[in-house]
Design a protein around this ligand. Structure first.
Ligand code: 2P0
Length: 323
C-alpha cells in the first residue's frame, strides 16, 4: 500500500476559460487568468492498495462515481507503470458542484495525491498538465496567488498548463463569495461548453478577442492596477455569460439574487469602495476587493435579498502535500 494526502484550493478566473479546442482531455480554446482562494479547499487522500479489485471513491462522506476518477487514475497508473487500484477519500470545505470550482480544487488535490502515492515526482508544470486532464480549471489550482493558464497549441496538450504570476503577498487582495443557491448546478461546465463552435454564433468572437483580454489583464496585474483589473474582470465575466446565454440551448446560470448582488457591488463602487464582481458557471457572485474592504463588502452582500451566506477569503497558497 502506498498513500498520500494533498490539499488544493479553489480558484476563480478573472479572465475566463470556456470552450475546448479539438483533442483529448480539456485542451482549452482560450487561456485564462485566476486567483487562488485561501478559504475554499479540497483535501484528498489516495491509497493504492493491491487488495482492491476496483477503484473506490468517497466525496464528502458519500460514495462518489468512480468512472471519471478511474479515467484520471489510469493516466497516473500508466505513467508510474503500475496497475494497482486505488481508494480516494476527498472532502471539500464548501458546497460541491455549485459554481464554487470544486472540480478545480478537487482535481488539483487528486493530481498531487495520486501522483505522489504512485511514486511519481512531478514538477509543478507536469502536475498542472495532469490536473488539467481531470478538469481544465484545475491546472490553475496547482499554484497560489495569481496564475495564468495557457491555451497551448500542441495536440498532445504538452503546452497547455498554468504558471504562477504573483504570490499572495505580492498583492494581497480579498475576495468575498456571496452564495445565492446551495444546490448543485443543473448543467455542468463540460457539457455547457461542449461543441460551442456549432452551438453559439458568438463563440468565434469570444476566441478571437481572448488574447487581447489576456494581454490587458497581464499588464494590469503587473502594474497592480486594481481599477483596470476589476474592469477587465467584470467584462470577461459578462462576456462569458453573454456567450452562455447565446448557446443553443441557452444557458442561464443566474437567479434574481445573482443580479441583485451584481447591482450591490456596483453600488458599493459608486460609494467609493474598490470592489468588482465575477461569476462562474453557477449563481454565486464573487467580489474582488482591495485589502481592508472585505468586511464592508461582506456586510453589504449579506443584506442583499436572496444571498444565503458570504465567505471571505484571502488569496491562497499552492497545492501541497499534508502529513
Ligand atoms: C473558469 N469555468 O475559467 C471557467 C469560468 C467556469 C466559468 O473553468 O470541462 O470545471 O472540467 O475543463 O474546469 C469550469 O469548467 O470544466 C470553468 P472542464 P471546468 O474558471
Amino acid at each position: 500500500m502506498s498513500q498520500a494526502t494533498a490539499r488544493a484550493h479553489s480558484n476563480i478566473a478573472l479572465i475566463k476559460y470556456w470552450g475546448k479546442r479539438r483533442g483529448p482531455r480539456n485542451l482549452p480554446a482560450v487561456g485564462s487568468i485566476s486567483v487562488t482562494l485561501d478559504a475554499l479547499y479540497t483535501d484528498t487522500t489516495v491509497v493504492f492498495d493491491s487488495a482492491l479489485d476496483a477503484d473506490r471513491a468517497e466525496l464528502d462522506g458519500r460514495p462518489a462515481d468512480a468512472a471519471r476518477l478511474t479515467a484520471f487514475l489510469d493516466l497516473v497508473r500508466e505513467r508510474a507503470e503500475i496497475d494497482t487500484r486505488a481508494s480516494i477519500v476527498s472532502a471539500n470545505n464548501f458546497p460541491t458542484g455549485a459554481g464554487l470550482a470544486s472540480s478545480a480544487s478537487g482535481f488539483a488535490a487528486l493530481a498531487l495525491a495520486a501522483s505522489t502515492a504512485a511514486g511519481l515526482e512531478l514538477d509543478p508544470r507536469e502536475l498542472s498538465i495532469l490536473a488539467r486532464q481531470g478538469s481544465g480549471s484545475a491546472a490553475r489550482s496547482i499554484f497560489g496567488g495569481f496564475a495564468e493558464m495557457y491555451r497551448g497549441e500542441q495536440d498532445d496538450g504538452s503546452d497547455a498548463f498554468a504558471e504562477p504570476m504573483l504570490a499572495p503577498a505580492d498583492w494581497p487582495l480579498e475576495i468575498v463569495v456571496a452564495v445565492t443557491d446551495l444546490a448543485a448546478k443543473a448543467v455542468n461546465s463540460s457539457i455547457g461548453m461542449s461543441h460551442l463552435d456549432r452551438r453559439s454564433d458568438y463563440y468565434g468572437a469570444w476566441v478571437e478577442h481572448s488574447e487581447g483580454d489576456l494581454a490587458a489583464m497581464r499588464e494590469a496585474i503587473t502594474a497592480r492596477d486594481l481599477e483596470t483589473v476589476g474592469a477587465l474582470t467584470e467584462m470577461s465575466c459578462l462576456k462569458l455569460h453573454g456567450l452562455m446565454m447565446s448557446t443553443r440551448p441557452g444557458l442561464i446560470y443566474w437567479n434574481p439574487a445573482t443580479v441583485a448582488a451584481i447591482q450591490a457591488v456596483r453600488g458599493l463602487r459608486a460609494a467609493g469602495i474598490p470592489v468588482y464582481f465575477t461569476i462562474d458557471a453557477g449563481p454565486q457572485v464573487k467580489a474582488l476587493c482591495a485589502p481592508g474592504h472585505g468586511e464592508a463588502v461582506a456586510r453589504e452582500l449579506e443584506s442583499v435579498p436572496g444571498v444565503l451566506e458570504t465567505r471571505r477569503s484571502a488569496l491562497g497558497p499552492a497545492a501541497r502535500l499534508r502529513a
